[in-house]
Design a protein around this ligand. Structure first.
Ligand SMILES: [Zn+2]
Length: 65
């Protein structure tokens, strides 16, 4: 019996800027805010800050969420 391969994983998010339409990736976790407000993010290209939302029609594991 050999040693097993150990793994971890991460989620990679792909964002498209609501202003300049450039894209960037974010690896990690996006948690819901405790105050119930939308999370916001700053575009690394143009600095535009806006709340984030999942792209319409996006399917994850074959399911639209
Ligand atoms: Zn931008």
């Amino acid at each position: 019996m050999g040693w097993k391969h150990e793994y971890t994983w991460e989620t990679l998010f792909h964002f498209i800027c609501g202003e300049c339409k450039n894209w960037w990736s974010y690896a990690g976790i996006i948690e819901k805010r405790e105050d119930g407000k939308d999370q916001s993010m700053i575009c690394p290209h143009c600095g535009y800050k806006a709340s984030i939302k999942m792209k319409e029609g996006f399917k994850h594991n074959g399911k639209e969420s």
